[in-house]
Design a binder for this molecule. Structure first.
Ligand SMILES: Nc1ncnc2c1ncn2[C@@H]1O[C@H](COP(=O)(O)OP(=O)(O)OP(=O)(O)O)[C@@H](O)[C@H]1O
Ligand SMILES: CC(C)(CO)[C@@H](O)C(=O)NCCC(=O)O
Ligand SMILES: [K+]
Length: 236
């Protein structure tokens, strides 16, 4: 049953785990492995876009029974825009699967603001129209700091007003470019759809959105729960 399962989302920055009603976040893969070895779940479902599990999996006995989620065309009626669905990030796919629960009949725009900023658009017939991959907020912030001699990474903080010093200009540029991309994508491709915002940077982005939206803590883990429920035979 899904309730006995451990759900694991291995992102490129952090690892998020759900066990029943509890959630845990790990910044370090080794610390995460140590923790998993203290658990005794019936089943482990995992989404791994980092590739860390596949490279370590075989020599870690605790991870031998992990069910690694794989993108499936047509699963739960979700028709993917990619011709080669194996190339679509499993985190994007799971976030989309979870988003169908929020579909209000006019399509859904799914935002996952993590290491990368992902946007995917689904129409009212559950057809994935396509998506967007761009730098996440921290990635933009850090790359400005490392590529421009006069800039340093800043603590992102903007009230949405134009910047009046270097730090506030960077904050405005980094945060509002993400907000603008999302709002343009909604306007162009799904103007009446439901906008969902998830991922580690969801709050930074959501507070500046003029478009009505819902903030969902972790759509990838929610999608993994959907996957777990529908990909194991009844009674297990
Ligand atoms: N305590 C924190 N530690 C690290 N990052 C944080 C923290 N709180 C917020 N963040 C932000 O969350 C982002 C990571 O989000 P998230 O954990 O959703 O990403 P991820 O799943 O690892 O990435 P992806 O799915 O894109 O590979 C970071 O870029 C950072 O800006
Ligand atoms: C875009 C990321 C890095 C976001 O985690 C991940 O979904 C990924 O590696 N995707 C593969 C490429 C794609 O989705 O087309
Ligand atoms: K790479």
């Amino acid at each position: 049953m899904v309730n006995d399962a451990l759900l694991i989302d291995i992102g490129n920055t952090r690892i998020k785990v759900r066990s029943g009603r509890s959630e845990f976040v790990f910044n370090d893969f080794t610390v995460f492995l140590q923790w998993v070895s203290t658990q005794d779940p019936k089943r482990i479902f995992c989404a791994d876009v980092s590739g860390q599990l596949e490279s370590r999996g075989t020599d870690e006995s605790v991870l031998q029974d992990v069910l690694l989620a794989k993108v499936e065309q047509g699963f739960q009626g979700l028709l993917l825009a990619y011709k080669d669905v194996a190339r679509l990030g499993v985190d994007r796919w799971l976030a989309m699967l979870a988003s169908l629960q929020w579909q209000e009949g006019q399509g859904v725009v799914v935002v996952d603001a993590g290491t990368a900023l992902k946007i995917d658009v689904i129409d009212s017939d559950n057809h994935h129209l396509g998506g967007s991959i761009g730098p996440g907020l921290e990635m933009s912030n850090q790359s400005l700091g490392s590529k421009a001699a006069q800039l340093k990474r800043v603590e992102l903080q903007t009230d949405g007003a134009l910047g009046r010093d270097t730090e506030s200009c960077i904050s405005y540029g980094v945060v509002m470019s993400a907000v603008a991309l999302i709002e343009q994508t909604v306007l162009r491709f799904c103007p009446n759809g439901t906008l969902l915002v998830s991922g580690g940077d969801r709050h930074y982005i959501a507070q500046h959105l003029k478009t009505p939206h819902r903030v969902i803590d972790n759509l990838v883990l929610d999608g993994l729960a959907v996957y777990a429920k529908h990909s194991i035979p009844e009674g297990i």
